[in-house]
Write a protein that binds this ligand. Structure first.
Ligand code: HH2
Length: 264
């Protein structure tokens, strides 16, 4: 799953397609097509940074940033298009533009998001986040982080199912870095099979995240090797997909992981 952030402020790739002159949808589209050519099966288009302390964006601004990119990618075909949003209005506009997957970092807590999901045939990616982006890294605590995250995700899944979303359309994501310390992130990765055992496809987004820098040193641009290590680990532990910035290197690393595991 390739990350395409159409934002001025995402933690690692912000500002590439949004500047003082507005949104360069053509450039974002070219980047998405390049990620597809490099082997991404899904492109995850986002218009709001959810890094700790990020500024809130109005849904109208989010739609203006990503809707043309989603439409262009959907028209080009060849890759599923996911929309990374917490806002029902944005989700609705992007589904109309041809999006295939709703990726909600708030885990479909908002009833309006559940309604949009239930009224569509889109895949739903339910991610765990503790609290809100602004405050999520202020002393996050759990009893047992894996059990707590899993129980929370399964409650969100049941809400979607009760609203009419087919169970087999729902994937789950532990939300690496979203209200988690490095120790929490590592525990979630170490015990990923407990999430895989739910039967829902598990998606892992560790790419370039801060815990990698904390372990191996370096800023976001120096976290490729650590990101590959996390992606390979996640795949070996049974993740169905990894959400990454560096598509080509990840595809090549996972080809080897898959071959070792017997998946060819
Ligand atoms: N991480 C980010 C955003 N969306 N979605 C899922 N399902 N899983 C994740 O781990 C995840 C996500 C944060 O990373 P990024 O998009 O690179 O940064 P920002 O939020 O600053 O735009």
């Amino acid at each position: 799953m390739g990350i395409l952030n159409v934002t001025p402020d995402s933690f690692s790739d912000g500002g590439r397609f949004v500047g003082p002159g507005g949104v360069d949808a053509e450039a974002a589209l070219r980047e998405g097509l390049a990620m597809a050519a490099a082997g991404a099966a899904v492109l995850d288009v986002g218009g709001e940074s959810t890094r700790p302390g990020a500024a809130e964006v109005s849904p109208a601004e989010e739609v203006a940033r990503i809707e043309p990119v989603v439409r262009g990618l959907a028209e080009a075909g060849g890759c599923a298009v996911s929309v990374d949003t917490r806002h029902a209005e944005v989700a609705r506009a992007c589904l109309e533009a041809g999006a295939d997957v709703l990726n909600d970092v708030a885990g479909f807590r908002d009833g309006a998001m559940v309604e949009v999901a239930a009224g569509s045939t889109a895949g739903c990616l339910v991610m765990h986040m503790l609290g809100e982006p602004r405050t999520m890294q202020d002393d996050p605590r759990y009893g047992d982080v894996v059990a707590d995250v899993k129980a929370w995700l399964l409650r969100r899944v049941e809400t979607l199912v009760d609203a009419g979303v087919d169970r087999d359309r729902i994937a789950i994501d532990p939300g690496i870095g979203f209200g988690k310390t490095t120790a929490h992130n590592l525990e979630l990765l170490r015990r990923l099979p407990e999430l895989v055992a739910t039967g829902h496809p598990v998606v892992v987004g560790a790419s370039r995240k801060r815990f990698i820098g904390e372990i191996a040193g370096g800023g976001p641009e120096e976290r490729l090797e650590g990101s590959l290590a996390a992606a390979v680990w996640a795949a070996a532990m049974g993740a169905a997909a990894v959400r990454v910035h560096d598509v080509g290197p990840t595809v090549r690393a996972l080809a080897v992981t898959g071959a070792i595991g017997g998946a060819g």
